[in-house]
Design a protein. Sequence first.
Length: 357
Amino acid sequence: MSLPLWTSAGHAVTICTIVGTVWVLLSLPTVFYFLPTSVHAPTQNTKLVGCANYTKSVCLQALIEREKCLFEEFNNSSDVYITASVNQEANENTAQLIINGLSLLGTTETCRSFLIPFLCLYLFPLCDENGTVSRPSRDQCIEVSTVACKDEWQKALSIPYVKQQLPVCESLPATSYCEVLTFRFVFPSVIIPYMAMTSVGFAAFILISLMDREALFCSSQDLLEAMKTPTAFCSFIGSVYCYALLQLAIWWICHVAALFWKVKFPFHAKAFNNVKFVHIMVVVAALLLPVAPVISAFVTGGFTIGHFPPLLCVAKNGNAVYFTLILPISLVVAIGTTLLIIILATILKKVQYREAG
């Protein structure tokens, strides 16, 4: 049995409203979480109290990269300032020993890309002109030792001298400033303008339809005749309505999924090298997948006026509306909302760790 057209349209509009509300209320807190506080770089001519210039070489590049992250006004010089209390000679030997030892154990490139920056910041904590010290975080230590370098870390623990030099994760601060700052959106953030463009385009067609509803939607003065034989504009705005809602749903769930991946599996996300490919695939999916329901609507009877006074047109076949529009969007909202709840719970946990540290 087909669903009433006005019910289908009303449900679809309600679903769209829910998607927007969930997006605004639940996604924005995750953006605010990643807004960094202001930290300034030391100038080249500033004498830093409690800090000393790093004069060695093993960790120079890793510390420079870390300094770029830590300081907003990085001066692009080769000067790296660390805490003055560090014994550079001894820690340099320790860093070289651990790196060489892990290399002999067969360290993967993924492990090295995370271990060396972590190890260097642990042995040579950075410091700024205010005396603020940047150390690796507890979470970073746990993720290096249990995810990025799980096998290598276990092997290192079997070597007594190396084991003595490795940090105890529980002794490190909960979250470092730099860890939060580097956790930026690159690919997912692009989806927000895409969603905005889709919304603006859809809103523009709605405004056009308000100019002269009777002429644009009604092919006859008779109500039943107008519903049986919709105008070309009615069919057009109906296809735009269906396409736009599904495209917004795809943009939204892809953004939430990418955010979920970055929050729950930060090391895997940072090590992932095919972001451009994923970006292209998401764009292709958002452009092409909504076409199928639109074609299905035309095949099963086309579009007709959904409610009065006319504003939007929907598929004549109520089942087509349900299975190609309402059901997919409902599933997307359910899955996306679940992922956002997990994201927020993870972020709150990290915030609590940060405050505890």
